[in-house]
Design a protein around this ligand. Structure first.
Ligand code: SAM
Length: 390
């Protein structure tokens, strides 16, 4: 037999709680001759069972009816499914803590956070000690802060040997150029990379071009190319962040951005770059867009992970109009433009794969090449020629 204080100690409960249970009729103490209550093993076991049920999320009342009546199966089924959901959530939280400690990969978590809270994600990365450029690379490329350094090394090993860093061609750049009313004045190229389009803009126009990128080695490569081609006086390269461009409002006649606006988000790019244009200035921008309403499951899943903001050309046109542009023209780049990028990329992956065994960068680039191979015209790279509306 147990006194109430002994029972409380055995169960890790307070005396007051036990008195309350007594009042509810969950336990029944015997009054002894000295006036104290005493409890038997049956009470102890009943309370242990009650504690187990409570830990499963049942209320006291539900526990009581479970103990005293026939089990309510519907109620238990519902609690079971709630418990499963809670466990799944906790498991995710556990996975996250383990991944933050470097015990597993973080890419899925970074991708999810990037979808639901992109600004908070970037701010948080910067608090973890990454600079803005690294944070952007992490957001778009490595998607795992524990693997970031190795990923970027491998990624650059692939790309340093490729002149073109995105789909495009001389044909399509020229086609867009042909739609411009004037090919002179002050032009800005954003995210020029190693300058595949810059060379063409410099040699096919009379404009002075400021070419910006945040990758200094790429700009050095471009400077050398321009020197060799005798075009140095036509282009000024500037290492700058496309999200914080160091130019006065109303400076440029034309802004050219092939395969780069997605980096700061097309809406943000269209808004902030418009301010740098003169009245009636032109923005030429390319963006990856859906061409069909119902892409295959694999293709959809791939691009939702890589480019969650991807939409249709029609909705980009509406966006541009809402942000104060007239759409001069818009066309999808040619198949040749896709091949110009993915064929050398694929060959380069084959070359370096042997020496970069187990590289996540190589694996994700291979997945991208695969998505391209299964394109079947489900998506396009669309060129938009926009003019600042009066
Ligand atoms: C997909 S590549 C396109 C390069 C080039 N336009 C082409 O088609 O080959 C994107 C370019 O944007 C540059 N970039 C990435 N983030 C940037 C940023 N925040 N500011 C400026 N340039 C950036 C990269 O270094 C890279 O050269």
């Amino acid at each position: 037999m147990y006194k109430i204080s002994q029972l409380a100690e055995l169960l890790g409960l307070s005396r007051t709680t036990l008195l309350y249970y007594e009042k509810l009729g969950l336990i029944k103490g015997q009054r002894m001759s000295n006036g104290y209550r005493s409890y038997g093993d049956k009470d102890l076991q009943r309370l242990k069972l009650l504690q187990n049920l409570q830990a499963g999320g049942l209320t006291l009342k539900e526990c009581q009816s479970c103990l005293d009546e026939k089990i309510d199966r519907a109620l238990l089924k519902q609690r079971l499914s709630e418990l499963d959901q809670e466990i799944e959530k906790k498991q995710k939280s556990r996975d996250l803590l383990a991944a933050l400690l470097g015990e597993s990969r973080l890419d899925e978590w970074h991708s999810n956070l990037n979808n639901i809270a992109p600004d908070a994600h970037l701010e948080w990365l910067i608090k973890q000690g990454f600079d803005e450029k690294q944070a952007m690379h992490l957001k778009w490329l490595s998607k795992d802060m524990n693997e970031h350094e190795r990923y970027m090394q491998d990624f650059m090993r692939v790309f340093e040997a490729l002149e073109r860093w995105g789909p495009g061609s001389e044909f399509d750049t020229d086609k867009a150029l042909g739609l411009l009313p004037d090919k002179s004045g002050e032009w800005l190229e954003i995210g020029c990379g190693q300058g595949i389009a810059t060379k063409l803009l410099a040699s096919h126009t009379d404009a002075h071009i400021t070419a910006i990128d945040n990758d200094q080695p790429a700009l050095n490569f471009l400077d050398n190319t321009l020197q060799t081609l005798g075009l140095s006086d036509r282009v000024t390269t500037v290492c700058a962040d496309m999200g914080k461009l160091p130019f006065q409002h109303g400076t440029f006649d034309v802004i050219w951005a092939e395969c780069s606006a997605y980096i700061i988000g097309v809406e943000n790019a269209l808004k902030s770059w418009r301010k740098l244009l003169k009245p009636n200035g032109i923005l030429v921008v390319s963006d990856l867009v859906w061409r069909v309403d119902e892409p295959s499951q694999d293709t959809k899943a791939f691009w939702q992970g890589e480019y969650p903001d991807m939409t249709t050309a029609t909705s980009r046109v509406k966006l541009a109009q809402r942000l104060g542009y007239e759409v001069v023209n818009s066309f999808p780049i040619s198949d040749e433009s896709w091949d110009n990028y993915y064929q050398p990329l694929s060959q380069r992956i084959d070359e370096v794969e042997k020496v970069l065994e187990g590289s996540s960068a190589i694996e994700s680039l291979k997945r991208e090449v695969e998505a391209y191979q299964q394109r079947e015209h489900q998506f396009d790279y669309q060129m938009f020629i926009l003019r600042v509306a009066e």
